[in-house]
Design a protein around this ligand. Structure first.
Ligand code: NAI
Length: 220
């Protein structure tokens, strides 16, 4: 039977949580293609994860599968979305309207997932009044009032690393609860503030490692 979610009864491992967005993405694609149910073997082939890993992961949530039926794609997609907190919109701002900040602001697909871009802030007066996908770039002096008026929850930090700590403190002082940190520096914030660090260069180094390993193996 499709199980009840009893999150409060279980401590779900970070490794499982890290895999959930990928399940969510694959299930979303299946849904778009009109697939209603899928066996763990089929899902395993598509995702290149073992079927037993899939069963184990999803059993963490009481197991959504049914013997001989497989997984109900819509149900699984919805439940994983709930676990990931995607059933509610998240109001977001971007601090730093440079290359990266503009690229993030231009990426409309975040909105489809419920991450609503409310504002973009910078210190460079030359950027004032510029709009990105209809969202104006504002000066950092307006931040405090804006965050309160718009109930901003998440701030993406795309500014130079030597400014990141002071700006993060300012954000927290104004009530921002979560920071998506792209600056290459650790932010030492109070425990109640949630920080997700993103380092594309780490991902690139993983790629380099794989190239290296492949080359070594094919030398023999
Ligand atoms: P950029 O120089 O194009 O943009 C930075 C922007 O931040 C500028 O518009 C600048 O005026 C603004 N800024 C500076 N101080 C500010 C402050 N106190 N408050 C608000 N805005 C401020 O730089 P780019 O290429 O967009 O990179 C931004 C940051 O992201 C850098 O720290 C860079 O190292 C980092 N980065 C991180 C990546 C990752 O994977 N984590 C990938 C690429 C960049």
């Amino acid at each position: 039977m499709e199980g009840e979610l009893k999150l409060e009864e279980r401590e779900i491992s970070q490794a499982v949580i890290r895999r959930l967005p990928r399940y969510y993405r694959y299930l979303g694609e299946l849904l778009e293609n009109g697939v209603e149910r899928i066996s763990s073997n089929d899902l395993s082939r598509r995702m290149k994860v073992t079927a037993s890993q899939i069963r184990q992961d999803l059993n963490n949530f009481g197991g959504f599968g049914q013997q001989g039926y497989g997984y109900n794609v819509k149900y699984l997609y919805t439940e994983i979305g709930k676990i990931l907190g995607l059933e509610e919109d998240h109001r977001m701002i971007i601090i730093g309207a440079g290359n990266l900040g503009q690229a993030l602001a231009n990426y409309a697909a975040f909105e489809k997932r419920g991450f609503i871009l409310k504002g973009i802030f910078d210190v460079n007066p030359r950027l004032a009044g510029m709009t990105i996908r209809g969202v104006p770039v504002r000066m950092i002096e307006e931040l405090g009032e804006f965050v309160k008026d718009n109930e901003v929850e998440i701030a993406a930090l795309t500014i130079p690393k030597d400014r990141a700590v002071e700006v993060a403190d300012l954000l927290v002082a104004n009530g921002v609860r979560a920071i998506w940190n792209f600056a290459h520096t650790d932010l030492n914030l109070p425990e109640h503030v949630i920080v997700e660090n993103v380092h594309l260069s780490e991902s690139l180094m993983q790629l380099s490692y794989k190239i290296n390993r492949f080359n070594e193996e094919h030398k023999k």
